[in-house]
Write a protein that binds this ligand. Structure first.
Ligand code: SF4
Length: 198
């Protein structure tokens, strides 16, 4: 099958992760992976981002599929269940808001910039080499460290899930996937409601 330009977006995802090792401020670019899927699902009411444009999903597909790194086992039922997917989404949000709060404290001058990346919400890894000072406020760098922690953590989880189960098993409980699915459902319900009330 002929390849399209968006089949190579995995290169961008990989480049993003690599750039974070050299300059943490590149982490801000990761916001695109947050806003584009949300905007697409709100505007189009579809999971077009997941199906076509998600470089991370492609990366897992490539590593687990073509490179054969996946055991290709079925994902356990409990991982597909609503309580796990929604529970993980809530947990993700709590950790995300905690990260925003830490950023706020640095902006407010009540906490110092922590030049570290927190993996799996637990392990704090010094990351000083990727921060070269900035002309802007240290809070900008704090957000970058926090956001890169989120991106690296979800990549590690996705990679482990890929190793253990099918290549794109992470997509079953990926918070972005769950959120866009909820938006699409809500949009469909609204459209249906609008039709019924006409
Ligand atoms: S579920 Fe997550 S990782 Fe999978 S394609 Fe969608 S946004 Fe990408």
């Amino acid at each position: 099958m002929k390849k399209r330009w968006y089949d190579f977006l995995w290169i961008l995802s990989l480049t993003y992760l690599v750039l974070g090792f050299f300059n943490i401020l590149f982490a801000w670019l990761g916001l695109l992976c947050f806003f584009i899927p949300l905007i697409l699902s709100v505007v189009k009411g579809s999971k077009g981002y997941c199906n076509r444009y998600c470089g991370r999903g492609q990366l897992f597909g490539l590593l687990g599929g073509r490179f054969g790194l996946s055991r290709n086992h079925d994902i356990p039922k409990w991982m597909k269940s609503k309580w796990f997917r929604y529970g993980f989404l809530i947990f993700f949000f709590i950790m995300f808001f905690q990260m925003l709060w830490n950023t706020y404290l640095v902006f407010a001058g009540t906490a110092d910039l922590k030049q570290a990346v927190t993996l799996l919400w637990t392990f704090r890894v010094p990351w000083r080499w990727a921060y070269h000072g900035t002309l802007v406020h240290p809070g900008v760098a704090q957000f970058a460290f926090g956001f890169y922690s989120v991106m690296l953590t979800s990549t590690i989880l996705g990679f482990l899930t890929m190793l253990l189960f099918k290549p794109r098993s992470w997509c079953v409980y990926c918070p972005m996937g769950t959120m866009t699915q909820l938006i699409c459902k809500a949009r469909r319900a609204c459209t249906k409601g609008a039709c019924e009330s006409e």
